[in-house]
Design a protein around this ligand. Structure first.
Ligand code: MG
Length: 491
């Protein structure tokens, strides 16, 4: 719960930690979270305008007709699903699973159809989301092992990383996290040491005896079938009780619909989509409860931005326990689109046009600069962020983001355990060899989103330069990268 008392305790903890830190860079980095303004980026994006991707940007009159939100930085709620596939929501084409609350979120907000994660696994995806950095820069390249804070599992997110929670906290936000962390289980790696004033959750997902409040194990924790409800109650309480005199950031990282599938009795057997559908429908219920709490706060003093997304595609080897990648190829742990392209919705009434479908390629690395800019912060000049502030795109001011890629598009990398294996550039996706294929391949995602036809043999004129460019970017990102953290399991 975000209260002034907790915030004060957290502030003291931070002061203590900085005082103790032997690494002056640690203290310096936070101080240096102040130099490169995003105004130049914003100006560049505003100047760039191309053809509309999926649906046209609503006319200015349509945008203007929405009520203007109150000024000042908004509350921010980031909801992350675990292993939810692109095709698992009604608004993304699921034929059997009912998701009315998420569909409403999409109808009132922006539904993104080319939202990408840089790695199709939990830990590297979450590390990138929260730090805004590609996996080699943090060393969070594979899944960290499960364990309790006292089991001596030593690896996790480094103390010198700047999470989005820390960046927002520096801008005066109250911060809280609920749910699955998966960035380290020892004390120093837990969320309360990385910018979150409060934490309630199971660090690595599903071992309920490891349920923590802050850093303390919860006595008599609920069964796994009650975890979604417990997380939801906690999130609703945080939203309801959050201070009104400053904005809050809530990161709600559900463990569902990751296996094991254990819906609460009220949802068991309810979905036409089977047991997996039951779990997704309970997740949708949770989103509905969160949105009720948001609406109950009223809109007089401060607006709220809600972002919903998945960490990676469906875990197809789980058979009926897995979701659907929709029209895309493969799933979790794969560099194909089914692994890295996930459902993502941005909801901010009055700022983002309602009912818009956005096909421009964006990625989870964009979340960090977007939220920092929204809070009036600046990115550290000592770190290279490859993400962009999405505000002009989501608000409808522009329909494309400029970059150095094909036809002036952005270049978006995909990683597999620390190795850069794919480069998205305009309509093209170049893919290096791996367990998925023994040779370099090239796909035209506009003509062939399912990645069925390898065009490398006939379009070497495109593929060879992309291969060279991928190597340059990979070296650039790996330069001064961190040693990979121990781990590497598939879940
Ligand atoms: Mg996952």
């Amino acid at each position: 719960m975000i209260t002034k008392r907790v915030a004060e305790v957290n502030a003291r903890r931070h002061l203590l930690r900085y005082h103790r830190s032997p690494d002056p860079m640690r203290r310096g980095r936070r101080d240096r979270l102040v130099a490169v303004g995003l105004s130049a980026v914003l100006a560049g994006l505003t100047a760039a305008c191309g053809s509309a991707p999926d649906t046209p940007v609503p006319a200015a009159s349509a945008i203007a007709s929405s009520p203007s939100p109150p000024p000042g930085p908004p509350n921010i709620i980031l909801i992350l699903a675990d292993d939810l596939g692109y095709g698992d929501l009604g608004s993304y084409g699921a034929p059997l699973i009912r998701t009315p609350n998420l569909d409403r979120l999409a109808a009132e907000g922006v539904r993104m159809t080319d939202f990408r994660v840089p790695s199709a696994l939990c830990t590297p995806s979450r590390g990138a989301l929260l730090t805004g950095l590609y996996p080699p820069r943090t060393g969070l390249v594979g899944n960290l092992p499960s364990g309790s804070p006292t089991e001596g599992i030593s690896d996790g997110i480094d103390d010198d990383e700047i999470t989005v929670a820390q960046a927002l906290e520096d801008r005066g936000y109250g911060t809280a996290m609920v749910g699955k962390w998966h960035l380290g289980s020892t004390l120093a790696h837990l969320p309360t040491f990385h910018g979150f004033a409060s934490y309630f959750g199971i660090s690595n997902g599903d071992q309920t005896f490891l349920l923590l409040r802050g850093t303390t194990p919860v006595k008599d924790p609920p069964g796994l079938d009650q975890i979604t409800k417990a997380y939801t109650r906690e999130a609703v309480t945080i939203i309801r009780d959050a201070d009104h005199d400053r904005p809050f950031f809530l990161y709600l990282a559900h463990r569902s619909p990751h296996v094991p599938l254990e819906p609460s009795p009220e949802f068991l057997g309810r979905s036409a989509g089977g047991l997996y559908g039951d779990v997704v429908e309970e997740l949708d219920w949770s989103v509905g409860e969160v949105m009720k709490a948001v609406r109950d706060r009223g809109s007089s003093e401060r607006s709220t931005l809600v972002l919903f997304m998945s960490d990676n595609g469906p875990w197809l080897s789980q058979g009926e326990g897995a979701g659907s990648p929709g029209p895309f190829r493969s799933g979790k742990n794969s560099p194909y689109e089914g692994g890295v392209r996930v459902p993502a919705i941005a909801w901010w009434p009055g700022r983002y046009p309602a009912g818009r479908t956005l096909g421009e390629p964006v990625m989870s690395l964009d979340v960090f600069p977007t939220l920092v800019a929204m809070a009036g912060g600046r990115l550290s000049p000592t770190l290279t962020y490859y993400g962009a502030d999405l505000t002009p795109l989501l608000s409808g001011q522009v329909s494309r983001l400029p970059g150095a890629g094909t036809d002036g598009s952005r270049e978006l990398l995909g990683y597999y355990f620390g190795d850069a294996v794919s480069l998205r550039s305009g309509r093209w996706k170049f893919l290096r060899p791996g367990y998925w294929d023994l040779v370099d391949t090239l796909y035209d995602l506009e003509a062939d989103p399912a990645e069925r036809t390898d065009l490398y043999p006939t379009r070497a004129d495109v593929a060879v330069p992309l291969s060279a460019r991928l190597a340059v970017l990979a070296d650039e990102i790996a330069f001064n990268g961190k040693k990979p953290k121990k781990g590497g399991g598939p879940d």
